[in-house]
Design a binder for this molecule. Structure first.
Ligand SMILES: Nc1ncnc2c1ncn2[C@@H]1O[C@H](COP(=O)(O)OP(=O)(O)OP(=O)(O)O)[C@@H](O)[C@H]1O
Length: 406
């Protein structure tokens, strides 16, 4: 049933998220600053704390992995005792949890501590003991550090552990990474002074930079001569216009290759990039729809019902009546009409609905009408995955079938 790909991909891995490229393209200035900030480690001096910030997909993690790999290699050569600990903070919301997770990384599986139940200072002390035992320089990389919000004690405590006398034989340093611009500004002044000793901003990539990043990866990923000339510049242009993210560009290229492969085409062309762009946009919208609350889902069901009977665009009042009916059907507490107006505008802001303001000629006022801005089939597919909605999506799907809409 399966045979290796002979036409499109020679090796898909370089297009994947966790592939570590040998070279980092188009980041010379940032890498230079970053390398300088890490230099004290090789000089046998206490490390600096470093804070990297920039939007998603602009190379913060890949640059960190690249430099720290080299640093570890060179530290070994010069007899420097260096340990690097990487702690993703995506599911962590406090300094306490960061400390427990670090502690458990350092301890063996048999002596892990539970994530609740200890006073914070006890966890910090246990962590200091573990760090002391390690000794040397310990660089702690906290990715997505913004998740800890205002609960930022650890960012002050850890870098000062040595000067405050909590540890004797170790120099801990923090590398904080964030794509939330407000996080840095909200840090307490003492934390900001400590953590942001060296700040490095990673700006979004422009189309030329993305062309070179994607070009390098494509060379490894696709068979020779498979990519038409316009493919990489177009993927780069789409991603630069939207987010400036290399991740988005790589996904686009990968998806375009997959589409070409499944269409049994021998080359990847502009049309594959355009279709890939549409598919990825739809995936993104669908993810957004899945993340709505039950109330949001019920409002979406209501607008979909009018879409099926072809009476959309439809006024708030009518949507509200249908919504009440559905809320009742699944025994959810129905919200008031004002809150449903808020939900409708939120759904429009997310791009799930379009809204039009109409003038009421008779009364002289104005009102809003809504309709779906997303393919009905995709909306129903997402809604049918949500068990809390019970049989509503099924009813909508049968109605759509009867109308010949699916
Ligand atoms: N300058 C670059 N050269 C080569 N590859 C890059 C470069 N910048 C980003 N990439 C690639 O783009 C993808 C996303 O990069 P990375 O994970 O470093 O972004 P990030 O800024 O850390 O994003 P996030 O904040 O979402 O974690 C990775 O696959 C990475 O290999």
């Amino acid at each position: 049933m399966f045979t290796p790909d002979e036409n499109i991909f020679s090796d898909e891995y370089p297009l994947r998220e966790n592939y570590q490229p040998e070279q980092i393209q188009e980041r010379d200035n940032e890498l230079k600053k970053y390398r300088n900030a890490l230099q004290p480690v090789i000089n046998g001096a206490p490390p600096k704390n470093i804070f990297l910030y920039g939007k998603t997909g602009v190379g913060k993690t890949v640059a960190t992995n690249y430099l720290l790999d080299h640093l570890q290699e060179d530290a070994g050569e010069y007899g420097i005792d260096l340990t690097v600990i990487k702690q993703p903070c995506n599911n962590i919301s406090s300094s306490y949890q960061v400390a427990v997770n670090l502690l458990n990384q350092l301890r063996g599986p048999d002596s892990r501590v539970s994530t609740t139940g200890y006073p914070q200072q006890d966890v910090f002390n246990m962590l200091y003991d573990e760090l002391d035992e390690l000794g040397g320089t310990v660089l702690i990389v906290l990715d997505e550090i913004d998740n800890i919000g205002g609960n930022d004690d650890i960012l002050y405590e850890l870098p000062r552990a040595e000067s405050n006398g909590y540890v004797d034989d170790v120099w801990p340093g923090i590398i904080g990474i964030s794509n939330d611009f407000t996080f840095r500004d909200q840090l307490s002044p003492k934390v900001k002074d400590t953590l942001c000793e060296e700040e490095i901003h990673f700006p979004p990539y422009d189309a030329n930079e993305l062309t070179s990043i994607l070009g390098d990866r494509a060379e490894k990923a696709f068979h020779d001569g498979v990519l038409n000339d316009e493919v990489i510049p177009l993927a780069a242009a789409f991603s630069a216009q939207d987010s400036g993210s290399a991740r988005q560009g790589l996904r686009l290229l990968h998806k375009a290759g997959e589409l070409a492969r499944s269409n049994e085409a021998s080359t990847v062309e502009e049309k594959h990039i355009r279709s890939a762009q549409k598919e990825l946009e739809r995936d993104q919208l669908e993810d957004g729809m899945r993340e709505l609350t039950t109330q949001g889902h019920l409002v979406l069901c209501s607008v979909s019902a009018f879409e099926i009977t072809e009476v959309a665009p439809v006024r708030t009042q009518e949507i509200y009546e249908r919504y009440q009916n559905y809320a009742d059907r699944i025994s959810a507490d129905a919200l008031g009409e004002r809150r449903i107006r808020d939900h409708l505008s939120e759904l429009s802001l997310h791009g799930f609905l379009t809204v039009a303001e109409r003038n009421d000629g008779f009364h002289g006022g104005s009102y809003y009408e809504y309709e779906l801005n997303v393919d009905l089939g995709s909306v129903l597919a997402v809604l049918s995955e949500i068990s809390r909605l019970e049989d509503i999506p099924e009813m909508l799907e049968s109605a759509a079938d009867r109308e010949g809409l699916t």
